[in-house]
Design a protein around this ligand. Structure first.
Ligand code: NAD
Ligand code: LMR
Length: 336
C-alpha cells in the first residue's frame, strides 16, 4: 500500500470567497515572463498584474492589457524605481528573471549570473512587500531559494511559509511522460516528484502513481526523461534558451494554487520550501507536497511510502541538494 494525498490543485475546502490578488511578475519581458503573464491575465482570481523587467515590460503589459479579462495590467521599466513600484501592495511575486541555459550547461552553471540577480530582487521584495508570497523560478532553484531566504533573514523579514521554489514543471512533465508510456490521458495522471529541481535531485515517485508496475528499461527511461526533461528542450532550442512555454504553463498553475490558498481555498502542490523532512540530514529545503493556505505554507506533507529503488534515488538527491543549498547560503554570507 502506498500512501497518497490529494491531487495537485484539488479543492479541499473553502473558508472564504474573497477574490482579490495582486501579482507581480519580475522578469516579465523574458521567454517565460511573457507567456506566464498572458496566462495570469486569464486567471479571474488575479485582479492586478504588475509586470517588471529590465527590458520590455511596458510593451508586454500594453499588449496583454488588451485581453478582455477584468484584471488591470501595469508595466514597469527599470527607470524611476520601477522595481519598487511594481512590488507595492503585491500578494504574490513570481520571479522568472535571470539567464537560461545553453546546450552543455548545467543549471548550476547559471549560479554566477543568477545568484546576484535573485539576491538583489529579494532585497527589494524584503523592503517593499515583505508579506508577499514569493515564487522563485530562476535557476538553479536548489540554490536561488536559499539565497532569497538568507537575504530576507538579513533584513529580518524572512517567513519560511512565504517562500517557494517552483518545481511544478517536473510534475507537469512526469504526468505527460508517464501517459506516453502507459498510453493514457495525462489529465488522469499524477506523479509526485520530490527533492529538488535539477538532474538527479529530481525524484519521481512512480510507485505512488497509477502505474507502479512500470519496471525495467521502461522505468529507467521514464525516470531519466523526467530528471533530464529540461535538457531535451535546451538541446532542441539549440542555444536559444530553455523551456519557456511549458514553464509558463507550470508557473501559471503554481501561481493559481498560491492565489487560491490566499483566498482560503486549501490546495496541494509540490514545492521546494524550507522543510523539516530532511533537515537532520543537512537538507533544510526540499520539495514535497505542500498544502497552501492564507499564509502560504499550511502543511508540509511527507513524501509517503517509497520503494527501495526510490530510496536510492532519494539518497542521491539529498547529497546533491545539500551541496546546492550550502552554495546558496555561502553566497549570501560572502556577498550580502
Ligand atoms: P530569458 O532570458 O528569456 O528571460 C529572462 C528575463 O529576465 C529577461 O527578460 C531579462 O531582461 C530579465 N532579467 C534579468 N535580470 C533581471 C533583473 N535584475 N530584474 C528584472 N528582470 C531581469 O530567460 P527565461 O527562458 O525566461 O528563463 C528565466 C529563468 O528561469 C532562467 O534562470 C531559467 O533557467 C529558469 N527556468 C526555471 C524553470 C523551473 O522549472 N523552475 C523552468 C524553465 C526556466
Ligand atoms: C527546466 O527544467 O526546463 C528548466 O529548469 C530550465 C532548464 O535549464 O532546463
Amino acid at each position: 500500500m502506498f500512501s497518497k494525498i490529494s491531487r495537485p490543485s484539488a479543492r479541499l475546502f473553502s473558508t472564504s470567497s474573497a477574490s482579490y490578488a495582486k501579482v507581480a511578475v519580475i522578469g516579465a519581458g523574458g521567454g517565460i515572463g511573457q507567456p506566464l503573464s498572458l496566462l495570469l491575465k486569464t486567471n479571474p482570481d488575479i485582479t492586478a498584474l504588475n509586470l517588471y523587467d529590465l527590458r520590455g515590460a511596458p510593451g508586454v503589459a500594453a499588449d496583454i492589457s488588451h485581453v478582455n479579462t477584468s484584471s488591470v495590467v501595469t508595466g514597469f521599466a527599470a527607470e524611476n524605481s520601477g522595481l519598487e513600484k511594481s512590488l507595492e501592495g503585491t500578494d504574490v511575486v513570481v520571479i522568472p528573471a535571470g539567464v537560461p541555459r545553453k546546450p552543455g550547461m548545467s543549471r548550476d552553471d547559471l549560479f554566477n549570473t543568477n545568484a546576484s540577480i535573485v539576491r538583489d530582487l529579494a532585497k527589494a521584495i524584503g523592503k517593499i512587500s515583505p508579506k508577499a508570497l514569493i515564487a522563485v523560478i530562476s535557476n538553479p532553484v536548489n540554490s536561488t531559494v536559499p539565497i532569497v531566504a538568507e537575504t530576507l533573514k538579513n533584513l529580518n523579514v524572512y517567513d519560511p511559509k512565504r517562500l517557494f521554489g517552483v518545481t511544478t514543471l517536473d510534475l507537469v512533465r512526469a504526468s505527460r511522460f508517464i501517459s506516453q508510456v502507459a498510453g493514457t490521458d495525462p489529465a488522469n495522471e499524477h506523479v509526485s516528484v520530490v527533492g529538488g529541481h535539477s538532474g538527479t535531485t529530481i525524484v519521481p515517485l512512480i510507485s505512488q502513481s497509477n502505474h507502479p508496475d512500470i519496471s525495467g528499461k521502461a522505468y529507467e527511461d521514464l525516470i531519466n526523461r523526467i530528471q533530464f526533461g529540461g535538457d531535451e528542450v535546451v538541446k532542441a532550442k539549440a542555444g536559444a534558451g530553455s523551456a519557456t512555454l511549458s514553464m509558463a504553463f507550470a508557473g501559471s498553475r503554481f501561481t493559481k494554487a498560491l492565489v487560491q490558498g490566499l483566498q482560503g481555498v486549501s490546495v496541494v502542490e509540490n514545492s521546494f520550501v524550507e522543510s523539516p523532512l530532511y533537515a537532520d540530514k543537512g537538507v533544510p529545503f526540499f520539495s514535497s507536497p505542500v498544502t497552501l493556505g492564507k499564509n502560504g505554507v499550511e502543511k508540509i506533507h511527507p513524501i509517503g511510502d517509497i520503494t527501495a529503488k526510490e530510496s536510492e534515488l532519494l539518497e542521491t538527491a539529498l547529497d546533491g541538494l545539500k551541496k546546492n543549498i550550502e552554495k546558496g547560503v555561502k553566497f549570501v554570507s560572502e556577498n550580502p
